[in-house]
Design a protein around this ligand. Structure first.
Ligand SMILES: NC(=O)c1ccc[n+]([C@@H]2O[C@H](COP(=O)([O-])OP(=O)(O)OC[C@H]3O[C@@H](n4cnc5c(N)ncnc54)[C@H](OP(=O)(O)O)[C@@H]3O)[C@@H](O)[C@H]2O)c1
Length: 286
């Protein structure tokens, strides 16, 4: 199969290069490929003739999106529109990566996880621009596309929360305070690559699919587990969101329910097992 990966040099893209290597890959990333350059991106895609496009390119820095709204929408909405249009013209299936941030993160009750059929209500510019990108795909290429929502991502080379905490955990100093009132599904890029490999075997699946690891935790609980796996002894203390104000409001609960994958008979690993695999793989100098 010929697979074109937008943002193929990014954190997820690098894992996909490794995990999809039996396929013919086209790495579509800056500076040669620019998803915001409509005509050029379409021309190059038509020339490459991919069977599948995996769309990872995005403006991913959540806080930067708050202050650079136009740029966020240019990349995450218009760029995604261009990719959807190019996929349609090329007759390619589109697997587009989206995010838990399309939801408000304010669950109506606890325990909670957002389902594929829940209505997006983003509270950040990043979430709104990604939700707008999802709408573009649903308008332009609905019959042959998957919107794959993921969250709390880490993978080889980072950057990610896991990389930051591993570095801090090795430094001496006062106890680390970590937020304990935000819940989500930590998810490795290897888990996402496995979901994409599964979706490649299901050409008839289209629509929204949630693809995070199973089980949920807080950032504090994730840090405790990471430090346990790495044998790090620095003390970690739970704290509240109010103690760490950020430009973009963080979701209180953004865990995702994997209803579609489960219906298809597929289960993602528990986040604890995926994290242990990542640490054990040694690929990472954490
Ligand atoms: N990271 C997370 O925690 C997370 C969580 C949920 C969902 N996601 C989604 O997962 C996907 C992959 O995330 P990631 O963490 O792998 O992102 P990433 O590391 O930031 O990679 C994105 C890649 O896209 C490239 N890019 C940026 N603008 C482009 C353009 N105009 N044309 C072509 N390529 C462009 C970037 O290049 P430069 O580096 O040169 O800008 C980078 O190589 C994104 O869609 C993101 O929204 C991520």
């Amino acid at each position: 199969m010929k697979i074109l990966i937008t943002g193929g040099k990014g954190m997820l893209g690098r894992t996909l290069q490794r995990r999809l290597s039996e396929h013919e890959l086209v790495i579509a990333d800056l500076p040669e490929w620019d998803i915001t350059d409509d005509g050029d991106f379409t021309a190059k895609t038509l020339e490459a003739k991919p069977d599948v496009i995996v769309h990872c390119a995005a403006m991913t820095k959540v806080d930067d999106c708050e202050t650079k709204r136009d740029l966020a929408f240019k990349l995450n909405e218009e760029g995604t529109r261009n990719v959807a249009m190019a996929a349609k013209l090329a007759g390619a299936r589109l697997i587009a990566i989206s995010t838990d941030y399309v939801f408000s993160g304010e669950p109506p009750q606890e325990p909670w996880a957002w389902s594929e059929s829940d209505i997006p209500r983003p509270r950040t510019v990043y979430g709104a621009s990604k939700a707008a990108g999802e709408q573009m795909i649903q308008m332009i290429h609905p019959d042959n596309s998957v919107i794959l929502r993921i969250a709390w991502l880490y993978g080889e080379g980072g950057p990610s929360f896991i990389h930051t905490m591993a570095k801090l955990g090795r430094q001496e100093g006062a106890p680390l305070k970590v937020v304990n009132d935000q819940r989500g599904n930590p998810t490795s890029t290897d888990t996402v690559a496995d979901v994409i490999r599964f979706l490649l075997t299901k050409p008839d699946v289209s629509g929204i699919v949630h693809g995070t690891c199973e089980d949920q935790c807080t950032w504090y609980e994730l840090t405790l587990e990471l430090f346990r796996l790495l044998g790090l002894k620095r003390e970690v203390l739970p704290c509240t969101t109010e103690e760490f104000p950020r430009p973009a409001p963080r979701p209180r609960n953004s865990a995702l329910k994997k209803s579609v994958l489960n219906l298809l008979g597929y289960r993602t690993p528990r986040w604890q097992d995926a994290l242990a695999d990542f640490v054990r793989s040694g690929a990472e100098n954490l």
